[in-house]
Write a protein that binds this ligand. Structure first.
Ligand code: AHR
Length: 301
């Protein structure tokens, strides 16, 4: 070891920075951009962190490579937001063998590895789907629904879909297709769906970006978003809330991306060997068309 100044291992009291490898899954949506900004604003040298941040561009193989690089670099803590739930067994085992604690961010994993992470911070995706479903059940009980799914196999897709479908009843759903959480793919999937399901009168989209893409497809088909096709979305980024003010979206369940400070806190505690809760749920609100332009303008992301 050529490193002459070795850490005393006392949790950073010596003034050394905690080396953190953060694998972000991509930059697919406004939500993700806001989440990345929040992470970078919190995991700074001033806050005691030496951050290596890698964007996987929505590809699991890129993420696995980044995680292996972090092991090779000997980081103190690994934080990552997994693009999909499964396929992590091997790399999680390697991280565990290297004795590097993991802080799981946003999306969830489904793995055979025991105790794969020290702590997870994210939103309750299932309850987001339930909230969207309850609004639909109450306001449009006879809706003919099309569902735009997020990245297939991601925690956000699987759980939002389960929560929504259970609440409205599977018989209300005419069809589903994935738009991979992006505006462009949301638009393309909606174009095809408008042809395939001409009776549809309500869209449930797993995020705002796909819903914003869908608006373009709906208008291009000569229909009125928010009227001919009611739109229920998840996220609450500024563009999504603007669509509520413009009466093109009808209801939005928030998914709050700004929790960099909570990630920082978890990293410090995990590094110091302190107790951390197994999970921390980020609190979400809901919005309807009573939202004002002032509230939208004040939205930080
Ligand atoms: O995992 C959170 C989801 O990922 C957000 O709802 C979506 O916008 C993002 O792409």
């Amino acid at each position: 070891d050529t490193n002459a100044t070795q850490d005393s291992g006392d949790g950073g009291d010596s003034g050394e920075l905690i080396k953190v490898g953060f694998s972000q899954l991509g930059a697919e949506s406004g939500w993700r951009t806001a989440n990345t900004e929040s992470v970078k604003a919190s995991l700074t040298e001033e806050n005691g962190i030496d951050l290596t941040f890698v964007d996987a561009q929505q590809k699991q193989e890129n993420q696995i490579k980044a995680l292996r690089d972090f092991i090779d670099q000997g980081v103190d803590v690994i934080a990552f937001s997994p693009v999909v739930q499964t396929g992590w067994d091997e790399v999680l085992q390697e991280i565990q063998d290297a004795e590097i604690p993991v802080v799981l961010v946003d999306r969830t994993v489904d793995t055979t590895v025991t105790d794969p992470y020290a702590t997870w911070i994210g939103a309750d995706f299932k309850s987001e789907g339930v909230k969207a479903g309850e609004w639909v059940k109450e306001n449009y009980p006879d809706a003919k629904i099309f569902e735009l799914q997020g990245t297939l196999g991601s925690g956000a897709q699987v759980d939002r879909e389960a929560g929504f479908d259970e609440t409205v009843g599977a018989d209300k759903i005419l069809g589903k297709a994935s738009g991979n959480f992006t505006r462009a793919e949301g638009k393309a999937a909606m174009e095809a769906a408008l042809q395939a399901y001409p009776d549809m009168n309500l869209l449930f989209t797993h995020n705002d970006d796909m819903g914003l893409g869908a608006i373009e497809a709906i208008e291009a088909a000569g229909k009125v978003p928010g009227k001919d096709i009611v739109i229920v979305s998840v996220d609450g980024v500024r563009d999504g809330l603007q669509a509520l003010v413009d009466k093109k979206f009808n209801f939005v369940v928030e998914c709050n991306p700004v929790f960099g400070d909570q990630i920082l806190d978890a990293i410090k505690k995990v590094y110091a060997g302190e107790d951390v809760p197994k999970e921390t749920i980020v609190v979400d609100a809901t919005f309807d068309q009573t939202i004002t332009q002032e509230e939208v303008d004040a939205r930080p992301y």
